[in-house]
Design a protein around this ligand. Structure first.
Ligand code: WTA
Length: 672
């Protein structure tokens, strides 16, 4: 069998034909310009946006990435002023796109759907901006948002942007403790939420969680003054087996503090003059977990983030004016910010905003929605793909997916098995796949293949986006040229890179810039193959060292899932008296898989064959489910605890289903 790296899939002529970038030469020429002359490259893009105070070309871009030379900073278009909501809404309406659909909203229940045009979105954003102003929200104030995937969530973010308030959205799946911690950290005095939401057949009482969070904050001396609540449950269809919402919708409201959205927004004026913001003023903050300590409040700024989200969206999805784009990510994550809200709207795009889950009412909901809206670009996560792969192919093939042109993936390295399934079954070997590597911190895609240009290799992120200069370093900070594997770092900022951590610039410098002076450190490892493709191998902290052999957990997982009996795998390091560390593997079986000695033997042999004898797993545990966050990330921290039978697992409130943890402790194999 040829090595994985030699599997190359060329973009289909139908994708290449009309792509913005459709040859390697064109990509190389644009990429070269973006590095050699960033001012001109990004200056031409910035010109397509409205700047109230024009950009000073002598002051276009400055940065320092080297702590030995002084504080770390990045500034793009410093001194120019603009407003992001003006550029996303007013500008598109003025350009004749007022009647164009900005969002098709698809509810949890297939009977619930609606649409919103650019003109209407602008009006509603202005109305809500006026409500926020009336409640005393001013430029620079933080507004905490805890919302489901509904149109009001988008409206809230843009209303904040309109008046220069900094939104701090917390995924509406975090516990009240986590939410309280984040409200407290950013000192938000206003919260925007909804009464509740159905996810499949499960009802989430969001307002109750907000109440608990607000109570915790007051105990710590921080009072939330206003909580605006969208009345959502009443207008949607409850699932048949769910508790009728009339009974559950007794949302307690505290007079003075709590107000219904529907009671204040419709009265407000539909025009609101935008607050002109400095390019380097914050647009929003978003918390991401750190490997140690409190979550980090990643801060993104106005000008740079806007042009970067817009540009990556345009080229990576090759978005054309009549396309219908769908990103399944929740708005609570950076993918939701950049590629459900800011990127698409900056391009005047039409998107699907989906409230539900892939499994309700049936396991083919994704494909039903693609067919219903004739989606052209589909963006999801490997974990979703792997879950859907477990079902009968017919659930995919019975739908007309011929509208699709570009598929994309984000969140973790995609294993070749899943990539191929996505490519063949969903994309009919015609769609390009963009495996987009990026982080909350990077603001937008930084490594990917572009749809009309790059031949694709299953599992490889590919090449740098414009303006991005990736470097691989060894442990001593020496640059690895050509083929090799090391720390993935970046030698300079692109416009969308975060500027600081909220209230803690020291931690920013320490976390990202102290290990290798002169570089932004991603915390991920990567290898470069002979053709120059970058393969992200996973977090550096997920590296395994077995008898001196370094390997990534992702690498082993990918090999395990190649076996037809294995749907998903997670591998962690377990301390070993002789080898230093050994491999402890958790596997979820496919429908046809059977957990028996034969399977264990086959997997061990397969790993020995694919990686080497040193990679042979010590323990393989049957894991009907894995501990995952709601965004689908496997929490390896917990698996490491299970591997060593240490029940002190810490905070598991971010898990989608915390009962999984107990199940796994209870079913540890005898040899573990
Ligand atoms: C991982 C999500 C490999 C990586 C946008 C990164 C990926 C972390 C990929 C950031 C990918 C994300 N290939 N790894 N295509 N995309 N990652 O902040 O470890 O939630 O550092 O941002 O996810 O996760 P975050």
């Amino acid at each position: 069998m040829p090595s994985e790296e030699s599997h190359v899939f060329h973009p289909h002529p139908s994708v290449t034909k009309n792509a913005y970038v459709n040859s390697m030469a064109q990509y190389q020429q644009m990429y070269k310009k973006s590095l050699e002359n960033p001012d001109e490259f990004w200056g031409e893009i910035a010109k397509q946006f409205h700047w109230e105070t024009p950009i000073d070309n002598r002051n276009f871009f400055r940065f320092n990435f080297d702590l030995t030379k002084g504080p770390i900073f990045t500034k793009w278009m410093d001194g120019a002023t603009t407003n992001v909501s003006y550029n996303l809404l007013d500008r598109n309406v003025r350009n004749g796109n007022g009647d164009k659909v900005a969002y098709y909203w698809e509810g949890n229940h297939p009977d619930d759907y609606s649409r919103l045009t650019y003109k209407k979105l602008l009006e509603e954003v202005c109305q809500f901006a006026n409500v926020l102003k009336a409640r005393g929200v001013k430029k620079g104030d933080r507004v905490a948002v805890y919302m489901p995937m509904i149109l009001e969530a988008v409206i809230t973010l843009l209303a904040c942007a309109r008046i220069g308030a900094v939104h701090s959205l917390v995924f509406a799946g975090f516990s009240s403790d986590s939410f309280a911690e984040r409200i407290y950290d950013c000192e938000a005095r206003v919260i925007v939420t909804a009464d509740g939401v159905w996810r499949g057949e499960k009802l989430l009482q969001l307002k109750t969680i907000c109440d608990q969070a607000m109570a915790k904050c007051s105990k710590d001396g921080h009072n939330v003054e206003t909580c605006i609540v969208v009345s959502h449950l009443e207008r949607v269809t409850a699932p048949k087996s769910g508790v009728p919402h009339k009974q559950t919708n007794k949302t307690p409201m505290i007079p003075g503090r709590d107000v219904w959205w529907q009671e204040v927004v419709p009265q407000a004026s539909t025009s609101c003059y935008p607050e002109w913001m400095q390019a380097e003023d914050p647009l929003f903050m978003l918390y991401t977990s750190g490997s140690t300590g409190k979550p980090k409040g990643v801060v993104h700024t106005t000008g740079g983030y806007m042009i970067y989200a817009a540009t990556t969206f345009k080229y990576v999805f090759d978005y054309k004016p009549n396309d219908v784009y769908w990103c399944t990510a929740d708005i609570g994550w950076i993918t939701g910010h950049s590629y459900v809200v800011y990127g698409p709207l900056a391009n005047g795009a039409t998107s699907v905003l989906f409230e539900g889950t892939p499994f309700y009412p049936e396991n083919d909901r994704f494909w039903t929605v693609v067919d219903k809206y004739k989606v052209t670009q589909f963006y999801t996560a490997p974990t979703a793909i792997r879950t859907l792969m477990k079902f009968d192919d017919h659930l995919v093939t019975k739908h007309d997916l011929s509208s699709l042109r570009v598929l994309a993936s984000v969140g973790e390295p995609i294993n070749p098995e899943a990539w191929l399934w996505y490519y063949k079954l969903v994309g009919h070997q015609r769609c390009s796949i963009a495996d987009t590597f990026w982080q909350t911190e990077t603001g937008g895609h930084v490594l990917t293949t572009l749809p009309g240009v790059h031949p694709m290799k299953p599992g490889a992120a590919g090449f740098p986006f414009f303006g991005v200069e990736p470097v691989l370093l060894d442990e001593n900070g020496k640059v690895i040229k050509g083929e090799g594997e090391g720390y993935l770092v970046f030698a300079r900022p692109w416009p969308g890179l975060m500027r600081t951590l909220y209230g803690n610039h020291d931690r920013y410098e320490l976390t990202y810039f102290s290990k290798f002076p002169g570089y932004y450190c991603t915390g991920d490892g990567a290898k470069r193959d002979a053709d120059g493709y970058l393969w992200v191998t996973g977090r550096v902290d997920d590296m395994l060292n077995v008898s001196g052999h370094l390997m990534s957990t992702a690498e082993v997982e990918s090999v395990l899932t190649e076996h037809h009996g294995v749907a998903e795998a997670a591998v962690v390091a377990k301390p070993h008296p002789v080898k230093g560390e050994c491999l402890y593997c958790f596997i979820t079986l496919t429908e046809t898989g059977k957990f028996d000695d034969k399977l264990l033997q086959e997997l061990k042999t397969h790993i020995r064959g694919r990686i080497g004898p040193f990679a042979q797993p010590e323990v393989i545990q049957n894991a009907p489910a894995l501990p995952k966050t709601r965004s689908g990330k496997i929490m390896r921290r917990i698996l490491r605890k299970i591997a060593v039978n240490d029940r002190d697992v810490g905070d598991i409130s971010t898990l989608a289903d915390s009962s999984v943890v107990e199940q796994l402790f209870a079913s540890r194999p005898a040899n573990a």
